[in-house]
Ligand binder design. Sequence first.
Ligand SMILES: [Zn+2]
Length: 319
Amino acid sequence: MRGEDVTSETGTVMTVRGPVPARELGFVLPHEHIYCKLRHADYRYDVPDQFGDEDLMAEEVSAFAELGGGTIFELSVPDNGRAPERLVALSERTGVHVVMGCGWYRSNYYLPEERIDRRPAGELAEELVREITEGVGDTGIRPGVIGEIGSEKTWVSPAEERVLRAAARAHKATGLAIGALHAVGPVAPEQLTILEEEDADMSRVAVAHCETYPHLRHLLGLLRRGVYLMFDNCGQYRGMGEFEDRILDLIRELIDRGFEDRLMLSHDICKFGQLRVHGGTGFVYLQETFLPALAGKGVPEATIATITRNNPRRWLAGS
Ligand SMILES: [Zn+2]
C-alpha cells in the first residue's frame, strides 16, 4: 500500500494547521469533540445538533487555553460531524493546537454512502491513507490520528471489524496512532485482538471510556497488551454520588502499580449540555477540578504532568 510515515521526523505531530514539534503541544486534552453531530443515529433523538456556533466554541476553547491548555485532539470523524476548515479557523483564533481524527465512528453512525459493509478492509484503508497523506478532499488539511473508531455494543459488528482492520493497515502505512478506541463495557479485548491480528503497534493504541468498565483486573489485562488507557469522561460523573471518587482511586491504584506512563485523561465533550455556557463542565474540568482532586489523592505533580503532557505526545508521535 502506498503510504508515507507522517511522524518520521521524530516527535512531530500533524495538526490542522500543519506539522508541529510534539514538545510544543503542552497540556493536552486527548479526546474531545468541538464540531460534532450525533442526532442522525437512530437512538440519539434526545441530543440536539451542537456546536454550530463558532463564537461560542471559541469562547469554550479559549477558557481551556487561559488555564494553560495547549492542544485538543478533536476525534470527530465524518460520521459525527468533523469540520476540518472550521477547526483551522478555531485553532487560528484561539491559538490552541487542534489534532484532527479520521475513520468511521461505530455502527449506528456509519453513513449509507460510506458503504462500509460493501467495501473490503483494504479499500477502506486506502481511503484513509489517501486522506492522511494528502488531506481531506482538496483542503490539504490532514488528520493527525486515526479515530474515534470502535464498537456500538459490547461486541464488535462485522462492519466495525472491517473498520478496525482498515485502521490498523492505515496506521502501519502512515505511522499515525489509533484511538480513541470507543469501547463500552468489556469489548476492548476483542477490539485489540483484531488490531493484533493486523500486526498494529499496540504502543500506539489508546482505549477510550475506561470508566465504563472500571474493574482493575480488566484494565490490567488491557495494559498487559501494551496499550494506553483513557479515562476520558472526566466531568461526566457529576451527580453520580461517589463514582468520581472511585475512579480517582482506580487511577491512583494504576499509578501505584507503575502505569503512570500509560494513562490519559479527557472530557469527551460531545453534547450540548456539557458546554460551560449551558451549565456543563466545558473543556476546563480537568484543570479546575479533577486534577486537583487527583493531587489530593497523593498523586505528585510530576505524575500529573506525565499523564496530561507526555503520554498524549508519546502516543501520538511515537517514542
Ligand atoms: Zn468521543
